[in-house]
Write a protein that binds this ligand. Sequence first.
Ligand SMILES: NC(=O)c1ccc[n+]([C@@H]2O[C@H](COP(=O)([O-])OP(=O)(O)OC[C@H]3O[C@@H](n4cnc5c(N)ncnc54)[C@H](O)[C@@H]3O)[C@@H](O)[C@H]2O)c1
Ligand SMILES: [Zn+2]
Length: 379
Amino acid sequence: MTRSTTALVTGGAGLIGSHIVDAARAEGWGVRVMDSLEPQTHPHGKPAWVADDIEFMAGDVRNGADWERALDGIDIVFHEAAYGGYMPEIAKFIHVNSYGTALMLETIRDRDLPIRKIVMASSQAVYNEGAYSCPEHGHFYGETRPVAQLERGDYEVHCPVCDRPSTPVPTDEAAPMGGENVYAISKADQERLLISFGRATGLPVVALRYSCTYGPRQSLFNPYTGVIAIFCTRLMNDLPPVVYEDGRQSRDLVFVEDVARANLLVATDSRADGGVFNVGTGNAVAIGDLARTLARQLGKAIEPDIPGEFRPGEMRALISDISKLEAIGYRPEVDLAQGIARYLEWIAGQGDIGEYFSEAEARLRARNIVKKATAGRAS
Ligand SMILES: NC(=O)c1ccc[n+]([C@@H]2O[C@H](COP(=O)([O-])OP(=O)(O)OC[C@H]3O[C@@H](n4cnc5c(N)ncnc54)[C@H](O)[C@@H]3O)[C@@H](O)[C@H]2O)c1
Ligand SMILES: [Zn+2]
């Protein structure tokens, strides 16, 4: 008889990790969580959704002794813990994300641990900019837009040949990896460390490039991550969502349970081994439209505020081309309307949103990293 599988989920108290925990338990697997309960994400400690009957280990991916304890007796690792979002730090991203991953791999190698597979959270952020089509010159991969261009209030991605504004098209995994913001650099590091380790050692590894993930359990405290969470907390406080650029920038928003299902799929299908896969829906929504949809669903007659601000290094548009993962059986099951409904149902049960909101706002005011276009308000 085969022994049942035991999975380690790092970052298992967070949005995606906690749903992977649920999906792994539904398979009958044993689960251990290692999470440092990052105060920005969990200011009140261990969240209620970390079940009492799973093994929870308070540990930090920057600590080798914590990795040794966490990896003991584990078959499959889901490495989700990371420092994320548009945070002002530089060194901490590299320390948690790049160094933390390096330390995991070194521990596995040096201790000769019998891990069977590692699945790791990468991000669409590694692309910097999505794929585009020029009406005349066809397909190209966009470059990060120069800050000087954004300062003029020109947010479009231009064709490198004729300079005409171009239309976003689905981005496949062959798009070049970039690295124009520190988070993106650290996610690219994590991914390359993992894939090269897999090649060198023969250990099956998979990197998943998630697009914007949302759903129940997304931190209500972190004002830097989760566009739906941020817009909802503002609307529920009768404030307009603040939309950057001109509101026509777009994202592929994927429901967290679909991301968890993708993790279980690649963990159990050897066709995924050694691969890098986009995880999204293949559809994109304009951020201004998203703000209006959320206002409508919350019953608030509030238009978004579009003050003409932007974040340097942010991409204009990303539609995930998910055909590579679809070829091994992935199908997103929860569309945006259903996902938003599920999220709003959850947030309604979360108590005093006003209180969460003021804590998060105070953090934002403390360190503002948004820039304003000199061209003034976007039309
Ligand atoms: N949410 C998204 O839209 C998105 C998109 C692309 C990629 N990702 C990646 O997916 C993964 C999970 O993201 P999430 O949205 O669930 O974030 P999250 O913040 O909800 O969860 C991350 C968890 O990691 C923990 N953590 C942070 N630093 C740690 C450390 N040093 N040691 C141990 N634990 C630590 C946090 O306490 C938290 O519980 C991350 O690797 C992130 O980069 C997320
Ligand atoms: Zn052109």
